[in-house]
Design a protein. Structure first.
Length: 417
């Protein structure tokens, strides 16, 4: 009997949960299985999941194939109908020890084939299951899951459920253990990070959690993954201004740069809100850099609407862009909008956004030459600055160490030290 094999598609949170599932499956004694943790963010993501499952079946003809993740949660019937699939497990079920115990005890495959409950009824998240994952230098800690918002393009709330938070004490204890293991950087991750605490007594905010972590742990570097800038609280702004251990890099869920499209997306901010936030954050922390998610080709998007997104890249001085060509997703309100933008137009606009992003990266890299950075080494010859920029070294460094380095040149999309 062989240990189960895992395949992960999609976001960092999925990767985190795969690590948790490995521990649960190992503890249960599951064997001769392939577990596919799927993504549902776009129709293309679901197509890739089906493609991966077929490939894994060809490579593992005798193994049981178990499909879980967001696509399994939102479209269980799609995967149950595939001849290659033995079991479909929901996002809540995949975090339960009893699920894996049942699968491990079932050698005949006669357990209920589809185990997918109502994700909206889930009130807790399993952030305590593992002490982070990642490289030897950086660990990721889940502090939140789910989302209470209903953006018109997004299926994720129906895969993840409503927002729920990991208690601050659990997070702090987890980070203390990671620091004791030698991790020099911890990244807080979740589906909608800035909603952390809204479901807890007293409704603490993400900034309260960040300040508590920095006060009660010795973590050398704390990083925050994607946030919704309109929900940033005063304590987080204070941490940006006063806490050098909080890394000066924020990835913003902006999605668009035109007010009408933002309203049709059912976002909670306008373009001026985004510009105002980036300006304020930079005043507090001049070395702050920003990434952002931007969608090209949302239904009804005109050339003028798109140009507003393009200008926002400059106006917010965004460095790291994640550009998403709009993908029509069944089950979302946006899919029903009659004025869908033609595919070739979407691809052209996405290419222009990516080109603008490349220009921004080039400008950022050029500005770093001659500067001193504290670089966290991810491998003997490559590390990242506080702003998450890659740095290449000609001589080997200690993996996991934070190394002071003077930037001497730029090579492609990397700095050279």
């Amino acid at each position: 009997m062989s240990a189960p094999r895992f395949a992960t598609l999609g976001c960092r949170l999925n990767s985190y949960e795969t690590e948790a599932m490995k521990e649960l499956a190992g503890a249960a004694g599951l064997s001769d299985a392939v577990v596919v943790n799927t993504c549902a963010v776009t129709a293309e993501a679901v197509r890739k999941a089906r493609q991966e499952i077929r490939k894994l079946r060809r490579e593992n003809p005798r193994a049981r194939i178990i499909v879980t993740g967001c696509a399994a949660q939102t479209e269980p019937e799609t995967f149950a109908a595939m001849a290659e699939v033995d079991q479909v497990i929901g996002n809540s079920e995949k975090m339960r020890p009893e699920t894996w115990a049942g699968l491990a005890a079932d050698f005949t495959g006669e357990t209920e084939r589809v185990q997918v409950d109502d994700i909206m009824s889930v009130t807790e998240t399993a952030g305590h299951l593992i002490d982070g994952f990642g490289t030897r230098s950086r660990a990721y800690v889940q502090v939140q899951n789910g989302c209470d918002h209903r953006c018109t393009f997004c299926i994720i709330p129906y895969g993840r459920g409503n927002s729920r938070s990991v208690p601050a004490g659990v997070v702090v204890d987890q980070i203390k253990r990671l620091v004791d293991k030698g991790y020099n950087e911890v990244v807080l991750t979740g589906v909608d990070l800035t909603s952390w605490g809204a479901d807890m007594p007293g409704q603490p905010r993400l900034g309260d959690l960040v300040m508590r972590i920095l006060k009660l742990t010795d973590v050398p570097r704390l990083r925050i993954s994607s946030i919704d800038s309109i929900e940033v609280d005063d304590a987080l702004m204070q941490a940006i201004a006063c806490e050098p251990r909080l890394m000066p890099h924020l990835h913003l869920s902006l999605q668009h740069g035109d007010d009408l499209i933002l309203k049709r997306m059912k976002r909670r901010h306008l373009r001026d809100d985004a510009i105002r936030f980036t300006e304020e954050a930079r005043k507090l922390r001049p070395d702050m850099t920003f990434g952002a998610d931007i969608i090209a080709g949302f239904p009804t998007e005109t050339d003028a609407h798109f140009e507003n997104s393009l200008r926002l890249v400059q106006e917010c001085d965004l460095t790291w862009l994640h550009v998403f060509p709009y993908s029509r997703r069944e089950g979302t309100p946006a899919a029903k909008i009659p004025s869908q933008v033609p595919g070739p137009v979407i691809r052209k606009r996405a290419a222009r956004l990516r080109a603008a992003g490349e220009d921004q990266v080039s400008a950022h890299l050029a500005a770093q030459v001659g500067r001193l950075h504290q670089v966290l080494m991810e491998s003997p010859y490559m590390g990242r600055t506080e702003q998450f920029t890659e740095v290449r070294f000609d001589t080997a460094q200690t993996e996991g160490a934070i190394v002071p380095a003077r930037i001497s040149a730029v090579s492609g999309t990397q700095l050279v030290a």
